[in-house]
Write a protein that binds this ligand. Structure first.
Ligand code: FDP
Length: 314
């Protein structure tokens, strides 16, 4: 037990994973990605923000940082020796490393989500989804772990391996030390909401949901970065993020494999909910890296309200 006034014991990520009997290879994988993030944060702070002259699969101009972040993580994953298959949001291809080894892991990741925010100096993040075996196109509920790293005023890492959701913060020695253990969302009415997409393109159901959130006193909190917006909902223990189906984008914007799977897993692990508006994200089974879906994610009560509004009015 902690004595009053005593300096709290700093528990680093590797030690925490070991003490909680996590699989040795999974521990290694999570720690490799954590190590990679130290180079990414350094690149964000000091890097060249010019264009790389290439575009990703979705035709978006890439910042140099996207390419760099992808290379940093990929190198670490390959070096880990425990990876069977790699899918990165910045590349159009799945890299088969050792696809027949069922003991290894498949990793789908977005190396620098929200990268368009870097040049306006807002927070961005890395998102990672982990499966056992050599295939990333698995039912979402079969994920064995997911995590994100938030590059904000502080750098934090949030992960779950199915045993709660834990937050670590990077200290001055660039080590991740435990900040919050077993984060839990509350189930009351949303105090904050983060609505993506243009409101005049919302369906009647989503518009009704937004109006009911506002009538209930929810405050608007949208940064345009999926990682910081989800992190805010999680850390405030209450609230909802949405990027709904739009009149001209029936599947919304966010990608199932790289963005929705890992965040749905984390938020459900924290006692929240994640839905397309018509069913659980964890019931999805992506078949392609391009699959997208609408998302309503956060406190259970809000996500249930979203589903009700959409069932009633579309
Ligand atoms: P970005 O396009 O800047 O990379 O999926 C990427 C994402 O950002 C998310 O991080 C964010 O939630 C969303 O798109 C923002 O989209 P809008 O610009 O349409 O709000």
């Amino acid at each position: 037990m902690q004595l009053p006034g005593a300096t709290p014991l700093h528990i680093d990520l590797r030690r925490y994973l070991r003490e909680h009997d996590e699989d040795r290879d999974l521990t290694r994988l999570i720690c490799e990605i954590a190590d990679a993030s130290k180079y990414i944060i350094n690149a964000i702070r000091t890097g060249d923000l010019g264009m790389a002259g290439t575009s990703n699969l979705y035709g978006e101009a890439q910042l140099e940082l996207d390419v760099l972040s992808d290379r940093i993580i990929r190198k670490r994953l390959l070096h880990s020796g425990v990876v069977a298959c790699i899918a990165s949001e910045e590349s159009g291809e799945i890299q088969q490393v050792d696809p027949d080894d069922e003991h290894k892991y498949s990793v789908a990741y977005d190396p620098l989500d929200g990268s368009s925010l870097v040049d306006v100096n807002l927070a961005v993040g890395t998102i990672v989804s982990i499966y056992k075996g050599g295939d990333v196109f698995r039912p979402v509920r079969e994920q064995v772990a997911s995590m994100y790293i938030l590059y904000g005023p502080r750098t934090t890492l949030v992960y779950s391996t199915g045993r709660g959701v834990h937050e670590f913060a990077m200290n001055s020695l660039m080590e991740y030390t435990l900040n919050h253990e077993n984060l839990r969302m509350t189930n009351g009415a949303a105090k904050i909401y983060s609505p993506g997409g243009q409101r005049n393109k919302y369906s009647a159901g989503t518009e009704s949901f937004a109006q009911q959130l506002e009538a209930g006193g929810a405050k608007l909190r949208y940064s345009g970065g999926f990682v910081p917006d989800i992190n805010q909902v999680l850390m405030k223990r209450n609230g909802v993020f949405m990027y709904p189906h739009l009149k001209d984008a029936p599947d919304g914007k966010l990608r199932v494999l790289y963005e929705l799977n890992p965040m749905a897993y984390l938020i459900e692990q924290a006692g929240g909910a994640a839905s397309t508006g018509r069913g659980r994200i964890l019931d999805l089974h992506p078949k392609s890296i391009e699959d997208r879906a609408p998302v309503f994610i956060g406190s259970k009560q809000s996500v249930t309200l979203a589903e009700k509004c959409i069932a009633e009015a579309g």
